[in-house]
Design a protein. Structure first.
Length: 470
């Protein structure tokens, strides 16, 4: 973070200096919400939680070196006191981030959104842009009204790029995040059915995702909207932005295009990248055909930031997975392949994962451990059944539906007459791991995927740990 005195932060955040805090003291270190991450010169933001209250850890944060605490309840530590509870503390955090952004004259802010693939694309983008200059990106899916400003506040005068993942749980959420850190470039990956239960329709989801391109500056000020030409709802966003539009995809008229897409034996995509009249081969280290569109979005952004096509291809090929439980592939000693994609799930990402399983598992026995897909609304049962049918059509030998909410996946598979596999509905990750151990043979392939609340990463971890114990 750029250095600011407490009195300046108090002015920005609309707080007041309280207790032993000295107005001339500076915040030069990280801004954190976890006292265990407090460091010398930092600012600890105290928020109430479901199990603990951050104000109770104010002294510990200052003992670790934090200059002061930003919170809504008086504490004995040096403090910037906000009136109005947690909501006002979060608003103050956003104001602080916005003020810091105004000071970053040499920094490009890039926003990435979409129903699926945001985190992987953000991670990939950060690795590519790092070759051009110091780059800040959030860890994992740090993409809400707290994680967003915390990420921005890691930037300083030397930061060249800030690559941000912007998520929406409702109309206006992305617009709010963009007001905190206004992007110059915005990439929209897709509009799917994730959070259908909250939004009610794909059209509403598109309306929310399109807030990113609406927030971009006009083309004369350097604004660029990077849009998926293969997704009709995303392509239609061209009419909602003042920015210059750059398209990506497999479509012939896409400005940044992939041709000759193929997957190798372990599911990594190879393709030819075509842009600006030139072409170059790309070999991704990431697993899954769906990574092609993610890579194309990154290529389009990188080109707008000044990177040449050869350097883009090299950087894409060198980039690996960063965030946990997203297509993590582990090869066990007996030849079993475990694909841990358990961080989250929606109908589109489930279908992509099953297609990857089919590719990796060609001429091998495949097992799918699937949890429920959250927030799908009234169409949830039909979507779960459809995924079950897709798993059966792809020829999985064993389908484990984990949890009662995932049971329709097994029902869908059982409804495919030609399927010769076996389906089971189990109660939790431990039971799923036990059922797998009974059925697995050397050289089998296992896919583990479900919404975050299902905690299915434990299945993959138990399988891997089991090998280590042998």
């Amino acid at each position: 973070m750029i250095a600011l005195t407490l009195d300046r932060i108090a002015e920005i955040t609309q707080s007041r200096i309280y207790g032993s805090a000295q107005s001339s003291e500076q915040v030069t270190g990280p801004v954190v919400v976890d006292s265990r991450e407090a460091a010398p010169g930092g600012l600890f933001v105290a928020l109430g939680g479901e199990r603990v209250d951050g104000h109770d850890f104010a002294d510990a944060a200052v003992a670790a070196g934090a200059t002061a605490v930003l919170g809504s309840q008086p504490v004995t530590a040096p403090q910037l006191l906000v009136d109005g509870g947690d909501a006002e503390v979060v608003a103050a955090l956003g104001r602080l981030a916005r003020a810091v952004v105004r000071e970053l004259s040499g920094t490009d802010i890039i926003g990435v959104t979409g129903s699926s693939g945001k985190t992987t694309t953000k991670d990939l983008l950060a690795q590519v842009l790092e070759r051009l200059g110091p780059t800040i990106a959030p860890a994992g899916s740090y993409n809400n009204e707290i994680g967003h400003p915390l990420t921005v506040l890691r930037a300083d005068e030397d930061t060249r790029f800030v690559a941000l993942e912007v998520a929406a749980r409702g109309i206006g959420h992305i617009a709010h995040l963009c007001s905190i850190a206004p992007p110059r470039i915005g990439a929209v990956l897709n509009v799917g059915t994730a959070h259908m239960g909250e939004f009610g329709s794909r059209e509403a989801i598109a309306r929310a995702k399109g807030e990113l391109v609406e927030a971009l500056p006009d083309s004369g000020a350097g604004g660029v909207a990077v849009l998926n030409a293969d997704d009709d709802a995303v392509a239609a966003m061209a009419s909602r932005t003042r920015a210059r539009v750059v398209t990506f995809g497999l479509a012939q008229d896409a400005a940044v295009r992939a041709t000759g897409v193929r997957l190798d034996a372990v599911g990594r995509a190879h393709f030819t990248l075509e842009m600006a009249g030139r072409s170059v081969p790309v070999r991704l280290a990431l697993v899954g055909a769906h990574q092609v569109h993610n890579a194309l979005a990154v290529a389009a952004v990188a080109a707008e930031c000044g990177m040449g096509i050869e350097d883009i291809a090299e950087a894409l090929g060198a980039a690996g997975p960063v965030s946990r439980w997203r297509m993590e592939v582990t090869e066990l000693a007996d030849g079993v392949t475990v694909v841990n994609d358990a961080y989250n799930a929606n109908p589109e990402s489930m279908a992509a994962a099953l297609e990857t399983l089919r590719t990796i598992g060609e001429q091998r026995r495949c097992h799918a451990v699937l949890g429920h897909m959250a927030e799908l609304g009234d169409g949830g049962r039909a979507e779960h059944e459809r995924i079950g049918r897709l798993a059966a059509t792809n020829g999985v030998a064993t389908l484990l539906a984990v949890g009662e909410e995932a049971a329709p996946i097994a029902d869908g598979a059982n409804g495919v007459p030609a399927w010769r596999g076996k389906s089971l509905t189990v109660s939790d990750a431990a039971e799923a791991a036990a059922a797998l151990r009974e059925r697995m043979r050397p050289k089998d392939v296992v896919l583990v995927k479900g919404s975050r609340v299902a905690g299915l990463e434990k299945v993959a971890e138990q399988l891997i740990a089991m090998e280590g114990a042998q």
